[in-house]
Design a protein around this ligand. Structure first.
Ligand SMILES: Cc1cc2nc3c(=O)[nH]c(=O)nc-3n(C[C@H](O)[C@H](O)[C@H](O)COP(=O)(O)OP(=O)(O)OC[C@H]3O[C@@H](n4cnc5c(N)ncnc54)[C@H](O)[C@@H]3O)c2cc1C
Ligand code: SF4
Ligand code: SF4
Length: 452
């Protein structure tokens, strides 16, 4: 199978989530990410490696689980050793980080202690400060500058081609689907994979419920009456904005010094229109094949006012070692698995049940779907506070609800839909989506869960 097949089965079939693994794996470096899609501009690439690297053609959970040496296992989170909440003690990091600043602190400390020589980060393009870009960096200053979550997809995996040319070992900070792509490349038996295996010193995954193309940011710019050429800074999770309804919000600073703000409550629901189509077919919320996974802890008992601690999962000996090396720099404590599941329950239900229902719906329509070699969650699985799984199939009503979500998701692709999106006030959309979301998860929980 070649690029043409990849294009037909994955890219044009809404399964692609822009990980860039195919671009990294092409032996002749023929593929490029252009307009947020992997493309074959010279029409030269005819290599099987590009399809072999794609986690959306085939993904073998059993095989990849073997690369994680932790002993405990839960079908929602994968293999794990321990789960923590944590917050960095480094004030410079905490000021700018997404949450607890744990990722940046681990990266800085691992470099300072010689465990790695550098790391990938996502920073903003100097000339186009609205455009996130992947960089390989080595200093504390660069890591702190690049802290913070960017809710615009950055195809990370093409950076592996640069990594193999560098001296030393590197950490990579990736979204769960990008870790899946990395694992597929590492499994291959060729020179590139052999070289890459020697370069990767640490894999950190960020939890991820969805990500967006730039069009969501552009939509917010339009709503804020901002021309991107006038932007000097953006930030997706600025806190302490007077009047903000939640922690974090989209902040824009203009070259003339003016500041604008888009409430998190609003941009949270925009994802239902702008989320990448490939995210609907994602099975992994927490980065199940990484050394360490990091996400947000939203449960109020762990929060300190507006501060949002990070939640960490250690999964490998290597992950435990880097966390241990940073133990004096991070305030952290072990928490039970139950709390992790409770905190992210809706996203887990989406990943472990809705994704498979969406795949079945797609397959019934005659489209190719990803072959996931992985066990489906079975009834009887313990979750949290007495809740357990009673049924693996979300059922007919959820399938109908899914078609409404699909309609909403496709709205932005038609000119009429775009007009609706533009003229209907955000407050109205927000009201409708908010309640439809609640109904969706009410129905899903009733179908899937039971309490003793
Ligand atoms: C697209 C996206 C979706 C997320 N969804 C969830 C979720 O549903 N639930 C949840 O609990 N947590 C989610 N997270 C993770 C969360 O936002 C924090 O990144 C995480 O808790 C780490 O916080 P921190 O303060 O320790 O990280 P920081 O110290 O701020 O470090 C974050 C690191 O991530 C890198 N980074 C930023 N954006 C990206 C990106 N787009 N791709 C790759 N690397 C990036 C930065 O360069 C930095 O090195 C998401 C993150 C992203 C980027
Ligand atoms: S999912 Fe990743 S590997 Fe597959 S086509 Fe898209 S960018 Fe390439
Ligand atoms: S939701 Fe899944 S597919 Fe989408 S960006 Fe996140 S990890 Fe990747």
């Amino acid at each position: 199978m070649s690029y043409q097949k990849l294009s037909e089965l994955v890219i044009e079939n809404d399964l692609c989530m822009d990980c860039g693994s195919c671009v990294a794996a092409c032996p002749d470096d023929d593929l490029e990410m252009i307009d947020e899609k992997p493309q074959n501009p010279k029409k030269k690439c005819n290599h099987v490696e590009v399809t072999a690297a794609c986690p959306r053609i085939f993904f073998d959970d059993d095989f990849n689980k073997k690369s994680v040496d932790a002993q405990k296992f839960h079908p929602f989170v994968g293999k794990y050793s321990d789960i923590f909440v944590g917050k960095t003690k480094n004030k410079d990091v905490l000021k700018v980080a997404s949450g607890g600043g744990v990722v940046s602190t681990i990266l800085i400390n691992s470099i300072e202690k010689g465990l790695i020589d550098g790391t990938t980060v996502v920073d903003y393009n100097e000339e186009k400060p609205w455009e996130p870009v992947v960089k390989i960096v080595k200093t504390k200053k660069e890591i702190i500058k690049a802290a913070q979550s960017k809710y615009i997809i950055v195809p990370m995996n093409p950076v592996f081609r640069e990594l193999v040319k560098k001296k030393g070992k590197f950490a990579v900070v990736l979204l769960p689907c990008q870790v899946q792509g990395l694992k597929k490349i590492l499994k291959m038996d060729n020179d590139f994979s052999k070289k890459l295996r020697k370069k990767i010193g640490l894999v950190i995954a960020l939890f991820c419920a969805n990500n967006n193309h730039f069009d969501m940011t552009q939509f917010m710019f339009d709503k804020l009456n901002v021309k991107k050429e006038n932007v000097s800074e953006i930030n997706f999770r600025v806190t302490n904005i007077p009047g903000a309804s939640q922690t974090g919000g989209f902040f824009v600073k203009l070259k003339n010094g003016e500041e604008k703000y888009f409430d998190k409550e609003y941009y949270n629901f925009l994802r239902h229109f702008f989320m990448m189509k490939g995210c609907k077919y994602c099975t992994d919320l927490t980065g199940e094949y990484a050394d360490i996974s990091v996400g947000d802890m939203w449960l109020s008992k762990y929060r300190d006012g507006n501060e949002l601690p990070a939640m960490l999962i250690t999964r490998t000996t290597r992950g435990k070692k880097v966390l241990d090396a940073a133990k004096n720099l991070i305030e952290f404590k072990k928490i039970p698995l139950n709390d992790l599941i409770e905190c992210q329950i809706d996203s887990f239900l989406d990943r472990k049940f809705r994704t498979f229902q969406r795949l079945e719906r797609k397959s019934k329509k005659g489209h190719f779907v990803t072959k996931y070699k992985m066990d489906r969650v079975k009834p009887g699985l313990e979750l949290y506070n007495g809740w357990k799984v009673k049924n693996s199939d979300p059922g007919w009503i959820m399938s109908r609800i899914e078609s409404v979500w699909e309609f909403l998701h496709n709205l932005k692709d038609s000119s009429v839909g775009r007009i609706f999106l533009k003229i209907i006030p955000l407050k109205v959309w927000h009201f409708f989506i908010h309640y439809f979301y609640r109904i969706t998860f009410f129905v899903l929980r009733r179908k899937i869960l039971t309490k003793d």
